[in-house]
Structures are given as structure tokens and as C-alpha cells.
Design a protein around this ligand. Structure first.
Ligand code: ATP
Ligand code: ATP
Ligand code: MG
Ligand code: MG
Ligand code: MG
Ligand code: MG
Ligand code: MG
Length: 256
């Protein structure tokens, strides 16, 4: 294909290559999910099926893009960590973001009926996306910790808020009651007024969800009956603490 006189227009493209050798995090967030969750009668504060659907979409992204090594999801958002050595699309931000966003959004529509067999999808769920580079493992982990802390804080607030509303308060009364309260006060309120032990709420609500390829030992038998053990990578969805070191020291291969 010969160069045409129009080729020069290529020169108007901006180079948006992401810094090499850094961790790339692509975060997607549901657009207008306050409305979307109402339009589809999500249970408040946490609709379990909606979270399962998000997790399955994240799994689809992890399966499709081999450079994605870890995903963290809460509410209508999901963060995808790409390995530092990723060279997909020469690390062009716009290409990487649009790939993840379209894969995620298309999966959401495709999988909808599987998770909401009784609820008709009213309109396409859409997601925005952004990419940020983190230069060290420690800062990447701080990013993930930040998201998990956010999950906890929002969940605690929302659980209190919806309990107060269910008990007959207006939304403004509930807001005023919770304004400026500490975590301890919220925990006590749940326990004393509603007999709820916050720590007994489902882990998925309190910790969010993680998706990754986990090293698991597979035990098989040879024809002669000899037992053989093999290491396999299996995609898993879990709800672990990722703030403390425990998870990362147990799975050092994820960020290696
Ligand atoms: P197609 O996607 O249909 O294969 P294309 O022309 O987009 O065609 P790619 O293989 O995607 O080709 O490669 C992108 C080319 O555009 C590369 O050569 C890259 O250097 C250049 N490029 C420069 N800036 C950008 C940018 N901001 N976004 C995407 N590509 C860019
Ligand atoms: P934006 O387009 O700016 O992101 P938004 O309405 O999506 O606007 P967010 O801050 O992303 O605002 O908040 C997500 C909204 O979706 C919240 O109102 C939250 O309660 C709702 N939501 C998301 N997931 C669930 C779920 N699993 N169950 C119930 N509600 C949910
Ligand atoms: Mg937002
Ligand atoms: Mg949103
Ligand atoms: Mg959100
Ligand atoms: Mg193409
Ligand atoms: Mg093309």
C-alpha cells in the first residue's frame, strides 16, 4: 500500500503511550448506576446478584487479556491491574482503556439474563474508564488498599442508612443522623438498634471482590496408582483482605 498524500493526518494523533515498566491500573465505573440500580430494582444497599454479575464480567476480562493479573471490584466499579511488562497496543492508553471498557460492557449485557432471569434489561449499562500508572508495587498496593477501605466505609454507611430508612426515617433524617459519626458509633447503632453485628455481614459486602489466577495443587493418579501432584493456575473470585501483607505473601506470584 503506497503512501497517499493524506497520510500526514496520522501526525495529528497524540502519543498517549503509558510509562514503560509501571503497573497499569484500568478502572471502570458504571455510568449513572444510581439510576440503573433503581431502574432494575437492585436490593439496597447491596444487591448480591448485581455483584456476581460484575465479578463474572471481570472474569471475562481476565480470561481475555493475559496481561491482566489482578482485579478488584466494589459497587459498580472494577480495577484491572496489568503487569509491568505489558506491551499490548504498545501501551497506548486510549486503546487499553477502550478494550477493557468494551469487553466489560459487552459482557455485562451478554450475561445479564444469567444473573437476572426475572428482570428485563431496560437499557445498555455503560461504563467509563481511566488508566493510571503506578511506579512501584508498594504504591500499587496502596491503590488497592484505598479501594478496599472505601468499600468498607461506604458499606458501613450504606448499611446504617438503609436500616434507618427501613425503620421509618426519611432519607434526610437518616443522613442527618449519620452526619459526622465515627465507625464505632455506626457499629453500635447497627448492633443496638438493629441487632446487626457488622462483622457478620457477608464478606463480599465488607471486602469487595478479587479475581486472579490462583496457584492450586491438583492431585491425580498415574495408571500404576502412583499419586502425582501438579501446580495449576485457576481463575478464582474471593473476598479476602488485601490491605495487610497476608494475602500477598501467600500469593507472591501474582505481582511477580
Ligand atoms: P487497526 O487498529 O485497524 O489495525 P491502526 O492504524 O490503528 O489500525 P494499530 O496496529 O492499532 O494500527 O497501531 C497503532 C499505530 O498508531 C501504532 O503505529 C502507534 O504507534 C500509532 N499511534 C500513535 N499514537 C497513537 C494513539 N494515541 N493511539 C493509537 N495509536 C497511536
Ligand atoms: P457516575 O456515572 O458518576 O459513576 P453513579 O450513579 O454510577 O454515577 P457511583 O458513585 O458510581 O455513581 O455510585 C454507584 C451507584 O450504584 C450507587 O448509588 C450504588 O448504590 C449503586 N449500586 C452499584 N452496585 C450496586 C449493588 N450491587 N447493589 C445496589 N446498588 C448498587
Ligand atoms: Mg463515578
Ligand atoms: Mg458509577
Ligand atoms: Mg462507582
Ligand atoms: Mg482494528
Ligand atoms: Mg482498523
Amino acid at each position: 500500500m503506497a503512501n497517499s498524500k493524506y497520510e500526514y493526518v496520522k501526525g495529528f494523533e497524540q502519543n498517549d503511550s503509558l510509562l514503560p515498566q509501571t503497573w497499569i491500573v484500568i478502572q471502570v465505573d458504571g455510568r449513572g448506576f444510581t439510576r440503573f440500580s433503581q431502574a432494575h430494582a437492585f436490593k439496597k444497599p447491596n444487591d448480591m446478584q448485581a455483584l456476581f454479575l460484575m465479578n463474572d464480567c471481570a472474569k471475562a476480562v481476565l480470561e481475555d487479556i493475559s496481561d491482566v493479573v489482578f482485579c478488584y471490584g466494589v459497587s459498580d466499579e472494577y480495577s484491572f491491574v496489568l503487569r509491568r511488562t505489558c506491551t499490548l497496543y504498545q501501551r497506548h492508553a486510549s486503546k487499553l482503556i477502550s478494550l477493557v471498557v468494551s469487553l466489560f460492557s459487552a459482557s455485562y449485557a451478554m450475561k445479564w439474563t444469567q444473573f437476572f432471569p426475572e428482570t428485563e434489561l431496560q437499557y445498555a449499562a455503560t461504563f467509563d474508564g481511566r488508566a493510571v500508572c503506578y511506579p512501584s508495587e508498594s504504591i500499587l498496593r496502596d491503590y488497592l488498599s484505598w479501594r478496599q477501605v472505601d468499600c468498607h466505609i461506604n458499606n458501613q454507611y450504606n448499611t446504617c442508612f438503609w436500616k434507618l430508612v427501613e425503620s421509618g426515617m426519611s432519607t434526610t433524617e437518616a443522613q442527618d443522623t449519620l452526619k459526622g459519626t465515627t465507625a464505632d458509633v455506626k457499629n453500635n447503632l447497627l448492633f443496638e438498634k438493629f441487632n446487626i453485628n457488622y462483622n457478620n455481614l457477608p464478606q463480599i459486602f465488607r471486602k469487595g471482590s478479587i479475581v486472579y489466577r490462583k496457584q492450586v495443587e491438583e492431585v491425580g493418579k498415574k495408571e500404576n496408582g502412583e499419586v502425582i501432584k501438579r501446580l495449576r493456575m485457576r481463575i478464582v473470585v474471593e473476598h479476602e483482605d488485601i490491605i495487610r501483607n497476608g494475602f500477598w505473601t501467600a500469593h507472591p506470584y501474582i505481582l511477580s
